[in-house]
Design a protein around this ligand. Structure first.
Ligand code: PEP
Ligand code: MG
Length: 583
């Protein structure tokens, strides 16, 4: 049956492929396609994990204390029976052989199916037996994890070629899971939940593949292997399209490919406006490996390295100073002397730690212990990170960028810790750049209103419009139900952005925008009119923004700014902004 479902567009383009529905249970394990020829090896891994789990159960039963309750032995017997059910292992084997799922993925898929069956049973006693299956399968998963412990996540890079036709459909995908997908080769994403500027959406955008979020009930309505068209420009998903619609979209896909190739011609063109104003386009990255793409897009540096992604999606605790140092030094070296703004860990809200420290972050509230607030409550971890960044500064232009600051006290404490990290390195005789530049993110209205304090302490500022919009309008950026109210053009937002740019220029302080607004080519002229000269965005957006800049005249655009900033009527404001494209 053909039908269309609507959501929010988060990444443009058109994708055509088959649905791969993923449940949240299977998201908790590493999953990747194994290569053809690896099936036997993966089946053996599965078999060994089953055997290890059986042995564990056997040992448990044999060593059961004498005073253990009777039910305990019965309970272990039930689990033993489940584990020996040939059907359970057989189903997972089929998924490995036929669909090339890795063992953990195959197992969680079987678990999901079983749980759904138990869920539909009315008898409350039988319904609860689903929990036994879950516990048994989780025991096997733990054994599998042990088997794969020495494997690196990069194993996932070995993706079967067929995956380039696969569209992931899930209820929700956490940012760190999205990062995991970054190493795979899927052609689009669709999720039931999520806002346009959630971190999940941001990572999806950086993959430069079409994606739609907030597509309500997509994961229920779409079946495994359904044919899908994801229209990323409009946030529409067409399920099992008729051939005439497919043809139309294939045609559009070809056109988009052509336009993209054309953009590549701009790669080496110097970024100057028509009136000769030089503009700096930098890149946002999540991992050191992203620096290569930044370079090839012509970025003049890394405006934002979201270092928290190094801390997420890990089974072995958070990275220590040495590991971080290697990651930062690798990035700085790759950028050949161009600036790399390493933002200190911005954990919290929709970005959570996987490790034992998870409980410290205040779960999902964007108003909780996030960014610098978290770092200041964990001074040892913060110092480790600061030392790692400082050490990387011996290899190139590493700069420190602090997120989520709102108060003078936090600024003071932050500098105290930076100075302490420097002293610690001095004591160890380790090299770093003592004049390392230190910047602050401006992403809360409070920061805008005490801007002189920031100007006094920091070498540069970077406006995080994603959060500035969230905290100004009181809208959780990851919540699909209020996504329609998330408005970058709200007069309150625009006047704050302009104030920061203006005040920085008056104070002769470098200022950039590294939120998603910087990479939205439809807003480039507006930001130029405000006098912005430093933009930081995903590498994939850079050439589109550049194309706009090359056609813009900063001096002329400036004339329209006052009228735009003082117009509070949305339709009129939209017309005025639209008119900028003719200036
Ligand atoms: C922002 O808030 O605009 C920003 C760039 O930081 P993040 O999206 O990581 O919160
Ligand atoms: Mg932010």
């Amino acid at each position: 049956m053909t039908f269309a479902i609507h959501g929010l567009s988060v990444s443009n383009g058109v994708a055509i492929g088959r649905a791969l529905t993923i449940s949240s249970a299977s998201l908790e394990v590493n999953h990747h396609f194994i290569q053809s020829g690896q099936e036997q090896q993966e089946l053996k891994t599965l078999f060994d994990a089953f055997e290890a789990a059986k042995k564990e159960l056997f040992d448990l039963k044999t060593n059961l204390p004498e005073d253990a309750p009777e039910e305990m032995a019965a309970f272990l017997d039930v689990h033993h029976l489940i584990l020996n059910d040939p059907e359970l292992q057989h189903k997972a084997e089929e998924l490995i052989k036929k669909r090339h799922f890795n063992a953990a993925w195959a197992l969680t898929t079987v678990l999901d199916e079983l749980l759904a069956t138990f869920e539909s049973i009315e008898d409350p006693y039988l319904k609860e037996r689903g929990a036994d299956f879950r516990q048994v399968i989780e025991r096997v998963l733990v054994a599998l994890k042990g088997a794969h412990h020495s494997e690196d996540h990069h194993l996932q890079k070995k993706v079967d070629r067929e995956s380039s036709e696969v569209i992931i459909v899930a209820q929700d995908i956490a940012p760190h899971d999205m990062l995991r997908f970054k190493e795979l080769n899927f052609c689009a994403f669709v999720t039931d939940l999520g806002g346009k500027n959630s971190h999940t959406a941001i990572v999806a955008r950086s993959l430069d593949i079409p994606a739609a979020v907030g597509v309500k009930n997509a994961s229920d309505l779409i079946q495994q292997d359904d044919w899908l068209i994801v229209d990323g420009d409009r946030g529409i998903v067409i399920v099992n399209p008729p051939s005439i619609i497919l043809e139309e979209y294939r045609h559009r896909q070809a056109e988009l490919r052509l336009a993209k190739n054309k953009l590549q011609l701009l790669k080496h063109t110097p970024t100057k406006t028509l009136d000769g104003q030089k503009i700096n386009l930098l890149a946002n990255i999540e991992m050191p490996e992203d620096a290569a793409e930044a370079l090839s897009s012509g970025a003049l540096g890394i405006g934002l390295f979201r270092s928290e992604f190094l801390f997420m999606n890990r089974e072995d605790g958070i990275p220590d100073e040495e590991e971080q140092y290697q990651a930062y030094a690798q990035t700085v070296t790759a950028m050949h002397g161009m600036p790399v703004n390493i933002r200190t860990i911005d954990i919290g809200a929709d970005k959570n730690l996987d490790s034992e420290l998870k409980t410290i972050t205040s779960d999902i509230s964007p108003l909780g212990l996030r960014g610098i607030r978290w770092s200041l409550t964990e001074p040892d971890i913060f110092l480790e990170q600061l030392r790692a960044i400082l050490r990387a500064s011996a290899h190139g232009k590493a700069q420190i960028l602090i997120p989520m600051l709102t108060q003078s006290k936090e600024i003071e404490q932050t500098f105290d810790l930076i100075n302490m990290a420097k002293r610690q390195l001095d004591e160890r005789g380790i090299a770093y750049n003592p004049k390392i530049q230190i910047g602050a993110m401006i992403e809360l209205p409070a920061a805008v209103f005490i801007l002189p304090v920031f100007l006094q302490h920091f070498d540069f500022l970077s406006v995080g419009t994603n959060d500035l919009i969230q905290y100004t309008l009181g809208i959780d950026r990851a919540d699909a139900s209020v996504a329609h109210l998330y408005d970058p053009l709200h007069p309150a937002v625009l006047s704050m952005i302009y104030k920061v740019i203006y005040d920085c220029q008056e104070a002769n302080k470098p200022v950039s925008i590294c939120g998603e607004m910087a990479g939205d080519a439809s807003l480039t002229r507006l930001l130029i009119a405000m006098g912005l000269k430093d933009f930081s965005m995903h590498a994939s957006q850079l050439l589109m923004v550049k194309r706009e800049l090359l056609k813009a005249d900063m001096s002329k655009l400036k004339n329209s700014l006052t009228e735009i900033l003082t117009t509070f009527e949305p339709n009129l404001q939209a017309k005025l902004i639209e008119r900028l494209s003719n200036v």
